[in-house]
Write a protein that binds this ligand. Structure first.
Ligand code: C5P
Length: 232
């Protein structure tokens, strides 16, 4: 898979999502469906968007005992999504079980990537809430390596971590990076951001872009700007 822009479709219902996607006449952007839309609209929204010809990153961040994650992954596999994810904190065994559940009888499967530490977790909460006393960068790289050992395809990470993840886990280990903003755009609640062009320079494989596209006056133009800056 080459570099691509994934639009975070953070809408509350199917109607708003499909109306948004209707704007992209003739184009089929890669879309991310998160918990809000999936839990609100149900699995049918995945089938509908897939039937329109889009690729889908289903961002449900699974984290449970290995057997439960394995069975849930089989359900996601049968929804025919292109990328799904889980928390690396669930352990290597859980990640291996996820791959087993995701693999089709013919040996193919959707890509599977891991969340290492959420970007909402900082050094202080890592230590105080989770009792993890190592530096957060070390924890992120350790979890990324665990994901690699379990056979996963990559991680969700900040574009600021993408270079290091490739150094530690290999150039072919995917980095899927949110926290992207245009140089002249609103940062909003994201703290550490990069432009699509900068994310390309540091080696992100996919950028996940939400509000800079979904809240733009002209979302199609904003998407095309992302593609031009990131894919070139
Ligand atoms: O609107 P914005 O571009 O900030 O959206 C980014 C998307 O990426 C959202 O769906 C958000 O939940 C997701 N995300 C993130 N940071 C992470 C993991 C996921 O912003 N560490």
């Amino acid at each position: 898979m080459g570099k691509d822009v994934i639009i975070a479709c953070d809408f509350p219902n199917a109607e708003q999502t499909l109306t948004f996607l209707d704007r992209f006449q003739g184009q089929k952007p890669f879309v991310k469906i998160g918990m809000e839309l999936f839990y609100g609209a149900g699995p049918d929204i995945v089938r509908q968007i897939k039937a329109r010809g889009h690729r889908i990153f289903l961002d449900l961040k699974l984290h449970d005992i290995p057997n439960t994650v394995k069975k849930a992954m089989t359900v996601l596999r049968d929804l025919d999504v292109d990328i799904c994810n889980l928390h690396a904190a669930g352990t290597i065994r859980m990640m291996e079980a996820a791959i087993e559940g995701l693999t089709r009888p013919d040996g193919t499967r959707p890509l599977l990537i891991a969340v290492t530490q959420l970007t909402s977790t900082d050094q202080e909460t890592l230590e105080k809430d989770l009792l993890i006393e190592k530096p957060i960068d070390e924890v992120v790289m350790h979890y990324a390596l665990n994901a690699r050992k379990a056979g996963l395809d990559g991680v969700v990470c900040s574009p600021l971590e993408a270079g290091k993840v490739h150094e530690v886990c290999g150039a072919d280990f995917l980095t899927v990076t949110p926290g992207v903003r245009f140089a002249d755009g609103d940062v909003g609640d994201q703290k550490r951001v990069m432009t699509p062009a900068e994310a390309k320079k540091v080696g992100s494989d996919y950028i996940v872009v939400g509000r800079p596209i979904t809240a733009a006056v002209d979302p199609v133009a904003a998407y095309e700007r992302c593609i031009n800056e990131f894919v070139g």
